[in-house]
Design a protein around this ligand. Sequence first.
Ligand code: MG
Length: 384
Amino acid sequence: MKCISILGSTGSIGTQTLEVVRQNGDIKVSALAANSNVEKIYAQIKEFGPGLVCLYNEEKAAELSKRLKEEGITCEVTSGMEGLIACAGIDEADIVVTAFVGMIGIRPTIEAILKGKDIALANKETLVTAGHIIMPLAKEKNVKILPVDSEHSAIFQCLQGAQGNRPEKILLTASGGPFRGKKKSELKDIRPEDALKHPNWSMGRKITIDSSTMVNKGLEVIEAKWLFDVEPDNIEVVIQPQSIIHSMIEFTDGAVIAQMGVPDMKLPIQYALYYPERRERTAKRLDFRELTSIEIDKPDNENFPALSMAYEACRTGGSLPTVFNAVNEIAVDKFLRGDIGYLDIADMIGNAMAKHNLILNPTLDNILNIEDFLKHELAGYKTR
Ligand code: MG
């Protein structure tokens, strides 16, 4: 029986992963880790029976531990980074699903690779900031990095028929988010609740904001560079508002291969968990009798400047993608708290990138120190 550990089990990808596990009925859950949601992880422990769990928040972990004891449920409870690393490296697991949001996933992901676990990767920030460490390590340890991000899963699926031919170009699709077509003058007063509605995909809070600013697509360009070893200039972002084409690859002879389907994260999750096998799914299918057109558009780099910043970070490399990502994490948090305006997210990223002293080949410590430094420096920043 296949055994998995899920880091970020109470979030959007985590809960959908557990739905896939429930529907298939032949995967054992060895470990679960989450930030602080006692209620949700308690229900997951009762249903899936992992031997080890982690709540990053120490107080919440103690609360969970007490509750499990009272109910007579045996399950080891850990907390903090140490707990996450224990869940990532648990002996029993074959695959670790990295569904954490943000750079907090870097150290656990490295631990899982060192222990020889395959990675079902949903935590794109890890690859964006530490791709130059993660990818060679995975190769050395003979570990598969299986993309869960829908676009990268699509590219990965398209590549299955490539017979070793390398794609000349990656066509990364984007929905364009809920504000596509709007000008900066209309974007400046966007509130968190407006930005939290995504037209096609049901996702967590941070990624929904990231999709609306195009930061998410920027992170995905950098993620694609690492996953598929392509130069940023050979990655083209294509706006496909219905999210039916999940991405495409183009070969040297001009042939374009696309992966299409109804937008549903459970397909890429299931594909990663059972790769290379395809399992049956009873979910809604694309109906070409109902589909009248597939709309295509170009990215609007003037009103959504974050995508160009991501390309710059990707081309420059080194520690610049860490700055792009870390400042975005800080800015989105501030935007959701009402401390800054919507357009300030991209402004903060641009300003920090311009000020940054580049480190060409940053170590893990360099990366984490840059994140700490920026958090500290921007702590009091407010525009509203
Ligand atoms: Mg995506």
